[in-house]
Design a protein around this ligand. Structure first.
Ligand code: SF4
Ligand code: SF4
Length: 181
């Protein structure tokens, strides 16, 4: 008997290789979408996002929690520090710094202090920052306003990478069917 393997397992080593090989092309494609603003993008992104999650299991990845920092809003700070029985000031002092350029509170530490690296689970999942809850923003409206977000995330997030691959394939199909009319 063999243990069944999870078909949604993320292979981060393979992902990093794919990023090196494809990131320029993908960023150019995203810029093109920003400029051309194709019709129907908002309709296809929720469908493509659903497909992405049938192929990606975040619990086998956690690369965002390992390599990026969420931004902490005022209400995140109150909610999380209350959950941890700390004052907001003590919480900031212990874990965060203020990014003067973007005016955001960010993690000092990477991986995130709340990531359990043995399970890839978030120890404050129920009260996690809104930024984490919404990440990786695959089918937000208007989709075209999130292309700059995908450009950044494509290097860290395998789900974003797949999403961009799928957008490319879907939009080239639309173009082919239009030019065949
Ligand atoms: S708060 Fe939780 S979900 Fe957000 S980065 Fe940290 S471990 Fe990940
Ligand atoms: S959101 Fe992206 S980077 Fe984060 S765990 Fe899921 S696939 Fe990995």
């Amino acid at each position: 008997m063999e243990l069944a393997t999870n078909p949604r397992t993320v292979n981060l080593r393979q992902f990093k290789k794919q990023v090196v090989e494809n990131k320029r092309k993908m960023k150019r494609f995203l810029t093109k979408l920003e400029n051309e603003r194709p019709r129907g993008l908002d309709k296809i992104t929720p469908v493509l996002e659903q497909e992405v999650w049938t192929e990606v299991d975040c619990l086998t990845c956690a690369n965002c929690c390992k390599k990026m920092s969420p931004t902490f809003t005022k209400s995140d700070l109150v909610r999380i520090s209350t959950h941890l029985n700390m004052t907001v000031d003590a919480f900031k002092e212990k874990w965060l710094y203020f990014d003067k350029k973007d005016k955001d509170w960010m993690n000092v530490k990477q991986p995130c202090q709340f990531l359990d690296t043995s399970t890839n689970m978030c120890s404050i999942y129920e009260v996690r920052p809104a930024d984490c809850a919404g990440f990786p923003h695959l089918s937000k409206k208007k989709a075209v306003d999130y292309m700059h977000v995908h450009k950044q995330n494509i290097e860290y997030c395998p789900a974003t990478f797949k999403m961009v691959e799928k957008m490319k394939a879907a939009l080239s199909l639309v173009q082919i069917s239009r030019s065949a009319r």
